[in-house]
Design a protein around this ligand. Sequence first.
Ligand code: 13P
Length: 253
Amino acid sequence: MRTPLVAGNWKMHKTAEEARLLVADMLGGLQAVSGVEKVLCPPFTALLPVAAMLAGTDIGLGAQNMHWEAQGAFTGEISPAMVAEFARYVILGHSERRAYFGETDEIVNRKVHAALQHNLTPIVCVGETLEEREADLTAKVIRRQVSGALEGFTAEQVSGMVLAYEPIWAIGTGKAATAEEANRVVAEVIRGTLTERFGEAAAQAVRVLYGGSVKPHNAAEFFAQPDIDGALVGGASLKADAFVAIAAAAKQA
Ligand code: 13P
């Protein structure tokens, strides 16, 4: 049995002060949801204050990105060790990183290796664009992204990772994939690729989240799918009630 995981990707929202207010609003509600792993991924500048608020709770903390080198002359970057000081998770290869900051599969792969070296659980994002989907390239693109990100790992290492299927056309658009459609990509393409490369046991152990316009009204449909183990939530994670409701839906599923 895979424990459901609901993670909030705050993206570039919330100052440290705003982050404190948001966490204060959702803390009680989230703690009341048992049996679901809950993770908040605020911007770097809010990691420290949010970590302080989450200390002693069952809510995890994650970063949204990091560099792959342990340290060095990389002005403006944040190292895995810096993230690991506060957080246990890190989102890697988000489509916004790939599209706006030139992250390739090779870069994502280096970051995933760095995450494991620093005892961080990576949440590795994959997903196709609308053009790729319309050209029937979804499976090909996702296979390439999954294989690329996980190059050089053992089955045991892969088993502990979290993947997120985020069709790019569904992110921030209010147009979620249908739950059946998302489940088919996760089962056939993502777990299929994992089975080919790492074996059935690893493919079944990995938790795969769905992301892209997950809201309180549609979350349960995704969580009811056999191969979807939770959600990576963007916009709705910035509203305390909505994020708590999504976590609660994961518990019921
Ligand atoms: P939205 O939930 O705002 O569509 O964002 C999804 C996402 O990109 C999470 O990483």
